[in-house]
Design a binder for this molecule. Sequence first.
Ligand code: ADP
Ligand code: F6P
Length: 327
Amino acid sequence: MTRIKTIGLLTSGGDAPGMNAAIRAVTRSAIYNGFKVKGIYHGYRGLVEDEIADLEAQSVSNIMHHGGTILKTARCQEFKTVEGRKQAWENIQKHGIDALVVIGGDGSLSGALQFAKEYDFPIVGLPGTIDNDLSGTDHTIGYDTALNTIMWCVDRIRDTASSHERLFFIEVMGRESGFLALNGAIATGAEAAIIPEISTEKDQLVELIKRGFRKSKRSSIVLVAESPVTGGAMAIAERARKNYPQMNVRVTILGHLQRGGSPTAQDRILASRMGAAAIEALMEGQRNIMIGDDDEKIVYVPFSKAIRRGDKQIDPRLVELLQQLSI
Ligand code: ADP
Ligand code: F6P
């Protein structure tokens, strides 16, 4: 095994608040421990197209409090091909990079796993996504900020919902996972969350109406996770209007509002801890693992587990809690 001297760092997939704090932590921990750091711009695209430059301790000054990522990010089809990854490998060799730290979601870590296997190359991942859909970690970097943004938005929509006595369906992100919708609903006192994890078993809109929502209330808020399984807020509102013409229905899609903004203290601290842990893991000879947090403790999660769909379950007690508190 080659001794690691230079570490390449990239952010990939959807940006998430806290990615900059993670970039800062990886860069500074690496330099503190005697490594050189190369920043790779635009995720895997920068590896394929050779957009690589040195990062110094001061390159990451004053970035901690900003959303987005100073390294930029992208989705790169070429990296999904054998030829694209070969090009990436040539650039890694050209720049003398001995290991990679990849900050991103399940797609980015799937790419990391593929590349690490193909070239027997050490990679450590950090879970950077607002979706919180990676297994083996309680939280992903960006999730807490997105949840707080959702709370901020829904609190404001509630004023209109209440004044006009309306039923609002509010669509939140999560790419086929209901963490943002479910916990967002609990945090805002919403009536319900329609999430993909449950949509396959039952029609949640019908259930909701059977339970008698709007019987005791004049306004209602329902959070809907974007997903082909739920159909999204537009489709659900359409059905509600057709079946219940007496309801005054409105839809809000929060969209990319949820991905931006200054990270919360929790995300900054998580990103800082995880960034430092990535360097520690490489120094211990770890490879092909994602850094996770399990009950406040740092854990190493093999990529193959981190990206396994369905391994990270919605807590049924939270589903029940939401129902109980919305009577
Ligand atoms: P996220 O990391 O936020 O889930 P994506 O799913 O869009 O975002 O993945 C980001 C990038 O990771 C993709 O554009 C692609 O370059 C790379 N990637 C995803 N899946 C694979 C794969 N199976 N093999 C190689 N690269 C992949
Ligand atoms: O994975 C993060 C995420 O924001 C998902 O919640 C959402 O489905 C997707 O990315 C949106 O991606 P895009 O940037 O292509 O609009």
